[in-house]
Design a protein around this ligand. Sequence first.
Ligand code: ZN
Length: 274
Amino acid sequence: MRAFSVALLGSAVLMGCGSSDDDSDKPTEPLPDEQLVATIRCSNVSIDQADKICSTNRGVAWGHLDENQVCYGAYCFEDHSPAPQSPGLTRFPEGHLIPVYMHKEVDPRFVRAMDRAEAIVGYPMFERHGVIELEIGNVFEIDYSGLPSDWGFIWSQGTTPPDCSSGTVSRYPNSISVTSYLANRNQGLVRNEPGIFTWINIDGDEQKAGEGCTVIASDDVTLHELGHALGMLNHFPGFGVGPAFDANAERVLRTMYHGQNPEGQPFDALYLPK
Ligand SMILES: [Zn+2]
């Protein structure tokens, strides 16, 4: 896995993910419960430099929404309140279905990733709208007005920027500018910034791939990117460190979205399902 930082809005880090190293097939050790909590916390809201469980993919979690509706972080309160001092679990609320679109075609990997995520958490998360076609020549002027929602996820095949990644989550196709979400007062994620959608890009251009790089996403990489979009911001063993998405990543996602762990839940009070 390779991830690297870019300066953007003062706070952003690229979510570039792939399988260019040699560790991707080695299984990781199952996380003990104490480490599970610390892993969820560092992936979801912060990098804890002391224990180094997570590796930075997107270092800054909670930020501040400025008067121009720009969020300087991955999450901002939609009412412009400052970032919480010690944020709790930050995720989409159960029942708040995320509008999802597929750009140009139904790639079966998109469907399998959403099916797997919903099977892991045990309830519907997505409002599946099917295929759309947008003019993406100028990513800053994409016209979303024909869509039935003003936020959501857009799956897109072939629009991962040319480097060593096989998937990214970004504000635009063919882009490394990362997306942000707005939250209600309970730290529940409710939408994107105005005018922004979450592009989940799968596959890069094989002609432009770096030497030794894989730019075609496996099912696990596809689910990995969806995990990023759902609030697993930072990599950890089993999620981008080694395998793209193994049993540890599955347990993190299941715990984050468990009905007994609502948004805002303090991390030291997390219920840990087996
Ligand atoms: Zn990643």
